[in-house]
Design a protein around this ligand. Structure first.
Ligand code: UD1
Ligand code: CA
Length: 444
């Protein structure tokens, strides 16, 4: 394939989102929209990636740098239209060779294959190639005006005549250019239109006037679904979830009630994982084959090994690693903790900044007290240890292999292997006390 440069436009204020946050930072499946466009460009093999961002959008700049620190960031100080925005990336365009693709940061579902299809249209001789699509309702989109089957112009909705508004073939947003023609074309675009903006879409009519070849490549609407407001953001999320659920099931994951399970962009579930109803996968979750995630659990930044069982009603936070056949039961929270093979944390516990050895049994209501208001401390529990119910383990603390901790203990000192630690008030019995008490109250 020819050299590929991609420019992603992300400078819009996103007025219709009514948000203090730039539109492209609103997330789908836990990934900001701009991240989707950047990944598609990278997967399509873009050698250079330029992103045009709005003034003062430091969070957008950080996202771009996190996703790809080789990307060139350009700031569009004044929002004067999509052609104006592309021209901000002039340094990337001046010496570009091959194909330049322009993508929008608010169109998250464009695939690398579609980018490649557009690039091929340019390699086959087009100076400009446009992604056409047929949305259920064309209102708001630019219309592709054709004559004798040839694309002659794109007319923005706000500039379209009544007749042009009836055209159903619309501009999906992404466009490909022969690198030799992009700057001469864009530099010639004016702003004489309904919005007083420099429209990238005017490149089509201009190219035609100059006798350059222009073509439209039709792609499915789902791929160029654009997000301009929060209702469309929710629709994009729903489309994303539906696609992810289906992909997971086809890859061998059992979803008992798929419509109630929510994925992130990076959720990795192996074949033969089972997910019960009402489970949320926040970013960063991996589960190996045979893992069972029971109902009403919330998982984030964690890994489940083969045959691990989590929930119902479990919360796994970043850094939780559940070993082979280990169990995290109801109303347990685990954070930054490795749970050894076959270990059990079955009821009402908080395990944070800890490691739990293979086969250990953590009784109901066990708490690792990991925080003193300033620093976090670790709790290490050995293999085969048995922690009695309702124990507080005050970190830093080590409980040796095979040790026992008596129920209700507040353990502040290390427990040697195979020892018993009991740290609670001694039981006192007063025979007949209750009976005497009732007599004093006149109840007998
Ligand atoms: C645009 C297209 C329209 C197409 C539609 C598809 C133009 C003129 N119109 O309209 O033909 O049908 O997308 O979704 O291209 N941006 C900047 N700087 C600007 C203006 C926009 O960076 O000065 C960015 C926005 O952040 C956004 C993208 O460009 O990511 C598209 O801008 P937007 O205003 O959403 O264009 P649409 O009205 O949707
Ligand atoms: Ca848009």
């Amino acid at each position: 394939m020819a050299h590929l440069t991609t420019i992603i436009l992300a400078a819009g204020e996103g007025t219709r989102m009514r948000s203090a946050k730039p539109k492209v930072l609103h997330a789908i499946g836990g990934l900001p929209m701009l991240g989707f466009a950047m990944r598609a460009a990278q997967m399509a093999g873009a050698e250079r990636l330029g992103v045009v961002i709005g003034p003062g959008h430091d969070d957008v700049r950080r996202l771009v740098e996190n996703e790809n620190n080789a990307a060139d960031v350009y700031v569009q100080e004044e929002r004067r239209g999509t052609a104006h925005a592309v021209l901000m990336a002039r340094p990337s365009l001046q010496d570009a060779e091959g194909v330049v693709i322009v993508l929008f940061g608010d169109t998250p579902f464009v695939t690398a294959e579609t980018i490649a299809r557009l690039a091929r249209a340019v390699e086959d001789g087009a100076a400009v190639a446009v992604a056409g699509m047929r949305p259920p309702s064309p209102a708001g989109y630019g219309r592709l005006v054709t004559r004798d089957g040839k694309l002659v112009a794109i007319v923005e909705d706000k500039d379209a005549s009544a007749e042009e508004k009836r055209i159903t073939l619309c501009n999906g947003g992404l466009m490909a250019f022969d690198a030799r023609h992009i700057l001469p074309l864009l530099d010639a675009i004016g702003d004489d239109n309904a919005q007083g903006e420099f429209y990238l879409t005017d490149a089509v009519a201009l190219a035609n006037r100059r006798g350059l070849a222009v073509t439209a490549v039709e792609i499915g609407f789902a791929e160029v679904f654009g997000v301009n407001d929060r209702a469309q953001l929710a629709e994009a999320e729903a489309r994303f979830q539906e696609a992810r659920r289906k992909a997971a099931m086809l890859a061998g994951v059992t979803l008992v009630a798929p419509e109630t399970v929510f994925f992130s962009h990076d959720t990795e579930l192996a074949a033969d994982v089972t997910v019960e109803p009402h489970v949320v996968f926040a970013p960063g979750v991996r589960a190996a084959s045979g893992a069972l995630i029971r109902a009403f659990s919330h998982l984030e930044g964690c890994a489940l090994a083969e045959g691990a069982v989590v929930g119902p009603y479990a919360r796994l936070r970043p850094g939780a690693e559940v070993g082979r056949k280990a169990k995290i039961g109801n109303f347990c929270e685990v954070k930054a903790a490795a749970i050894g093979e076959g270990a059990k944390v079955n009821h009402l516990s908080y395990i944070g900044d800890a490691s739990i050895g293979a086969g250990a049994n953590i009784g109901a209501g066990t708490i690792t007290c990991n925080y003193d208001g300033f620093s976090k401390y670790r709790t290490e529990i050995g293999a085969g240890a048995f922690i009695g119910s309702n124990s507080s383990l005050v970190a830093p603390l080590a409980v040796g292999d095979g040790a026992y901790v008596g129920s209700g203990s507040v353990v502040t000192k290390d427990v040697p292997a195979d020892a018993l630690a009991v740290a609670r008030g001694r039981q006192v019995e007063k025979p007949g006390w209750a009976d005497a008490f009732r007599r004093r109250q006149g109840k007998k």
